[in-house]
Design a protein around this ligand. Structure first.
Ligand SMILES: NC(=O)c1ccc[n+]([C@@H]2O[C@H](COP(=O)([O-])OP(=O)(O)OC[C@H]3O[C@@H](n4cnc5c(N)ncnc54)[C@H](OP(=O)(O)O)[C@@H]3O)[C@@H](O)[C@H]2O)c1
Length: 267
């Protein structure tokens, strides 16, 4: 289901494997300690369920409103630790990293989107998209990278979007924020690989969650996407296209980026 990028020279599977987490036969998730942002609903909620089913040792489930985590905690009160976290509050991000000092896998899932045409999008909405999707993700990476390294290595998983590879016009600010986060993901990957932390970018197409208020955009189930993400992390794929829709778009993007740009203008 996941597809490694194919631009590197040599064995593509080997090139795309992360720098740590052991050999491909060793699980990055089972027995690991995972910190997950935006765990209360949408894709994050499904990821929380699947991580527990994958026998993680502990799950730090973070949300802006910790009361919204009651159902997630109830899944397994012994393993789920609720954390109040707005990822745009960088002091709170640092506090979360200090609290969750045994983390080995960080999943940056929290994200925000506002549908509006590029020239008329409210500036506050665009600022919120940049602060959440780029700024928050970057702050989380910076705070947790030394924690994961100190625990012997592990993985950072940034949930990005196909919109970050080719813009979707009604999602101008969102697309730009995901493109910025995609670039940051590539940059920190090079820095963290030799330090034992693999960095994975996840590129879903539409997902059937509250975020996708625009019904004309084709979408996959959060269950398919969550399963694809975890499979991609376990396989060590640096670029994870977690569902059939995103795999198909990735095939276009690899050979014809302009073609994907045109395809996205139909949304
Ligand atoms: N849905 C799609 O079509 C789609 C496609 C590609 C990629 N993605 C990405 O997938 C990820 C999950 O999105 P989703 O579809 O599950 O959307 P969703 O249902 O709208 O859920 C978004 C989650 O992010 C949280 N969040 C938003 N801003 C936050 C902040 N500043 N600090 C902490 N948490 C924050 C929300 O918390 P609250 O409940 O407090 O608002 C919620 O838990 C996002 O990164 C999104 O960009 C989604």
């Amino acid at each position: 289901m996941t597809q490694a990028g194919r631009d590197s020279e040599g064995d593509p599977a080997e090139q795309q494997r992360g720098g740590s987490g052991g050999s491909p036969s060793e699980s990055r998730l089972t027995g690991g300690v995972v910190f997950l942002s935006g765990a209360n609903r949408g894709l994050g909620r499904v990821l929380a369920e699947m991580l527990l089913a994958n026998d993680v040792a502990r799950l730090y489930a973070a949300a802006r409103n910790p009361d919204a985590l009651d159902e997630v905690v109830a899944l397994d009160p012994d393993r789920v630790v609720p954390v109040a976290l707005d990822t745009t509050d960088h002091d709170a991000v640092d506090a979360a990293a200090a609290l969750a000092g045994d983390t080995t896998v960080l999943i940056n899932n929290a994200g925000a989107a506002a549908f509006a045409p590029g020239l008329t999008a409210p500036p506050d909405d665009v600022a919120r998209e940049m602060a959440t999707n780029f700024g928050g993700t970057y702050a989380m990476v910076r705070a947790f990278a030394p924690v994961i390294e100190g625990n012997g290595g592990g993985a950072i998983v940034n949930v990005l979007s196909m919109a970050g590879l080719a813009a979707i016009p009604p999602l101008t600010g969102y697309s730009a924020s995901k493109a910025a986060a995609h670039s940051m993901t590539q940059a920190v990957r090079a820095e963290l690989r030799p330090r034992g932390v693999s960095v994975h970018g996840v590129y879903p197409a539409g997902i059937g969650t509250e975020m996708l208020a625009h019904p004309s955009i084709p979408h996959s189930s959060p269950q398919e996407v969550a399963a694809g993400i975890l499979a991609g992390v376990e396989a060590g794929d640096e670029d994870i296209f977690p569902c059939a829709l995103s795999s198909a778009e990735a095939e276009v993007w690899r050979v014809d980026p302009k073609g994907l740009e045109r395809q996205h203008t139909s949304h």
